[in-house]
Design a protein around this ligand. Sequence first.
Ligand code: SAM
Length: 198
Amino acid sequence: MNLLQETKFLTDGYKHAEGYVIATELTCSIFTEILELTEATSVFEIGFNYGHSAFTWLSLNDELKLASIDIGRYKHTHINATKLEEKFGDRFKFTAQNSRHAKPSDLVGYDLFWIDGDHSNHGLSADLNLGNAAESKYILIDDYCNGIKNTNLGVGRLITLVEHYLAKDDFPYTFVKVYNYDCNSGKNPMALLKRDDA
Ligand SMILES: C[S@@+](CC[C@H](N)C(=O)[O-])C[C@H]1O[C@@H](n2cnc3c(N)ncnc32)[C@H](O)[C@@H]1O
């Protein structure tokens, strides 16, 4: 599947702000592989932005439910969230919220926790703690090896952070795989973790 045409309306008429998933054939095959491997029927997303990743997850599985939260600093986030609510009905729920204020109980019942919000060390740490406290079966971390893009965030910074977490006794997750999907600025890696006792 290739959702490039279907997702065009999400950015039409808006200025560029932050990165997002490009739903090419490669991206769709990766997202499909993740849905099959995890057998996820529901996704909890941090970081909606224009809605590309939410649209992609929801389009690849007609049964899938997705809840998305975003700090909501962009106008397009609110407008597109309403459009997705109209298109996907009760399969999609958006909340304008900082993930720092999300509670573990908000994530209960979701099979896959997709973290694509605040990519700072503090931000990702808080989101990993949230997923762990919620006992999320699978955690998918965006921008995992940001060194590939050589951003000013620092080479491999998030790899180091995730490795630190995986070494902790109170973070019972195992690394599954890194996926390189297409985003608006090139290839982007995300890492899938699985909870050991799930
Ligand atoms: C990289 S974009 C998400 C892209 C989207 N997942 C996609 O691929 O289509 C990051 C988004 O996270 C939001 N964000 C940043 N910090 C956040 C936080 N602490 N809680 C919730 N959302 C946050 C930003 O407003 C932005 O819209």
